[in-house]
Write a protein that binds this ligand. Structure first.
Ligand code: C2E
Ligand code: CA
Ligand code: CA
Ligand code: CA
Length: 278
């Protein structure tokens, strides 16, 4: 029989040790990403469901590591959140999104709005000042930016966060509730804070083709959102069948690989130029 406590643990220790080192190296590298210009934005277009018109894009962060190539956000954002480095990184994202909008507008293109993901730690008093600067520096109206936050952000300390978000909202900034359905959602959040948009997580969109329950769920979410005067974006639309389904369920906007992958700034410029010619 297996004796508890006598199993060799050195193997696990070595592995854990390697993980800790890996984490420390990434953490060190993250300190320099902004200064070294290793961050890059990708843009994924969002379309109106009924007529397919382009309305805006979600900003997605990319890290071009000099030795390791592209590191995906799922790897480094949680780390940057735990160390607080996300504050400086998130500031760069907002400023660069503003500059990019200005470049496209100056080129005579119609970029719509940019939706920027915000981490919980960024929701502090100084966020207001930062957003004001981004809008002023680039001569943008508040509607040019939408701020995406996940429902878990609202879990605790909601008084202070609500105050910051409420003031930004009053200034015309728009908010979307991201990954709806995956967190500890409580419908009361939807009432307590004025979102403009609800993003249905792709885990609800994926089974839409052959799953009647998934369809019922999405239908219910859309109906509830509409009764609260929220628009609905479906994330992760990958097949024409899902697209048709979501249109039939009265979903307002669609985003996903079927319609477009996230594009770098150059490709997005070409995309916008094509939109303009249509
Ligand atoms: P998210 O906010 O839910 O962003 C959507 C993710 O789904 C993106 O992954 C996008 O590339 C991916 N996606 C889009 N369409 C499809 C599809 O049709 N199928 C599938 N399977 N995936 C699709 P990405 O770019 O790897 O970003 C992952 C997460 O990292 C984001 O999830 C967001 O939570 C976070 N993130 C990205 N950029 C930022 C940022 O600037 N700041 C913060 N705080 N978080 C960010
Ligand atoms: Ca998002
Ligand atoms: Ca999402
Ligand atoms: Ca997500």
């Amino acid at each position: 029989a297996k004796k508890p406590g006598r199993t060799p643990i050195c193997f696990f220790t070595a592995e854990m040790n390697a993980q800790v080192h890996e984490r420390m190296r990434l953490e060190q590298d993250l300190n320099r990403v902004v200064a070294r210009g290793e961050l890059q934005l990708a843009f994924q277009p969002i379309f109106r469901a009924d007529d397919g018109a382009y309305v805006g894009a979600e900003v997605l962060l990319r890290w071009r590591h000099p030795e390791r190539g592209f590191i995906c956000p799922a790897t480094f954002i949680p780390l940057a959140e735990s160390t607080g480095q996300i504050v400086a990184i998130g500031e760069w994202v907002l400023r660069e999104a503003g500059r990019q909008l200005r470049r496209w507008l100056d080129a005579g293109l119609a970029p719509g709005y940019l939706a920027v993901n915000l981490s919980r730690v960024q929701l502090r008093e100084d966020l207001e000042q930062l957003i004001r600067e981004v809008l002023d520096d680039n001569d943008l109206p508040p509607q040019a930016l939408e701020l995406e936050i996940t429902e878990n952000v609202l879990l605790d300390d909601h008084q202070q966060i609500n105050a910051v978000l409420g003031r930004l909202h009053a200034q015309g900034l728009r908010f979307s509730l991201d990954d709806f359905g995956t967190g500890y959602s409580s419908l009361s959040y939807l009432r307590r804070f004025s979102f403009d948009t609800l993003k249905i997580d792709r885990s609800f969109v994926a089974p839409l083709r052959d799953d009647a329950e998934a369809a019922a769920l999405v239908r219910a979410i859309v109906a509830m959102a509409h009764s609260l005067a929220l628009k609905v974006i479906a994330e992760g639309v990958e097949t024409p069948a899902q697209q048709e389904f979501l249109k039939g369920l009265n979903c307002d906007y669609l985003q996903g690989y079927l319609l477009s992958r996230p594009l770098d700034a150059d490709h997005f410029t070409t995309f916008l130029a094509c939109c303009a010619r249509k």
